[in-house]
Design a protein around this ligand. Sequence first.
Ligand SMILES: *[C@@H]1O[C@H](CO)[C@@H](O)[C@H](O)[C@H]1NC(C)=O
Length: 385
Amino acid sequence: MEPKSSRCGGAGIRLRLLVVLHLLLLVPSSAMAFNYADALAKSIIFFEGQRSGKLPPGNRMPWRADSGLTDGAQYNVDLVGGYYDAGDNVKFGLPMAFSTTMLAWSVLDFGKFMGAELPNARAAVRWGADYLLKAHTAADELDSLASSVCPFYCSYSGYHDELLWGASWLHRASRNASFMSYVEANGMQLGAGDDDYSFSWDDKRVGTKVLLAKGFLRNRLQGLELYKAHSDSYICSLVPGTASFQSRYTPGGLLYREGSSNMQYVTTATFLMLAYAKYLRSSGATASCGDGGGGARGEVSAAELVAVAKRQVDYILGKNPAGMSYMVGFGARYPRHRRVGAVVGGPDSRDAFADDRGNFAQSEPATYINAPLVGALAYFAGTTK
Ligand SMILES: *[C@@H]1O[C@H](CO)[C@@H](O)[C@H](O)[C@H]1NC(C)=O
């Protein structure tokens, strides 16, 4: 058979070539390509800079030395180790447990995309987990934790969400059915039925729902179907154009919530969108966003979630109106800081960023901002060519 191009003649070929060349020239400006692998490596090295305790021989942060070597000694317990929470030199158990869990979730779901960074990510999980095991010295640990970290970190959501979160993880880790029975018997009292739209070290309800929805989507645990519905309503709240959309974005496209450190909500939401996209794909499902009346979209696919998540990651790395990266040490312009890989609180609702140390909400990094981003960056490092 005659090849099609020769039928079009020389002029046709030249025209097509021109179109292709034109498209090629357009690509670099419209689709800024980031080095996600580099950002991933930096997001993990940040945790090495936050280490407390006796640093191991392989320490990659020359400006860091051993610290906090007598922590716990006045109470005759060994509480050496763990992570400093943020820009200050304090170890807070509740956020640290959250950050460690999100690092672990990053490795579990996206570790296969981490390449050479996988051992570093695992070491970051271990550094937090080793400390948390030591710190677990009392049976009523949750209550004592809560009272000791407040007023710095007060769990406004109470501890019910932590109980459900804990039981869900114990089930995932042990496959012991008694934890699933606990979830099924107590889920509603522990907040499973609430629709809430943030995920943070304090409020773990949405993260728990997505984790449990996986049990339905992937492992066909019928008792968990309601968590798919609640996860859908959260996920749809993030996607513009759906019936249940109710998030706010800055004019430049960053997810925005009132309150301190907006970026913590950006990285947790981004992580959950990617994890949920993965679970949806595993069962060929979509997120149901309501009846789709009035031109609103009724369903959101895994691919769309990935696209929304990518816009958030790209915004953080530099595709934003301020033209700067919010990860220290990444790209040409970034906040003034010495902690390489640290992601700061980020810009205000108008995409403006005051690079001012005194502005904690915008300038302070924290382990719980970085931890979910580790998984998101791994996903894009492994899937973007
Ligand atoms: C499952 O967990 C429960 C509660 O911690 C425990 O009592 C039980 O021994 C566990 N079962 C197995 C098979 O490990």
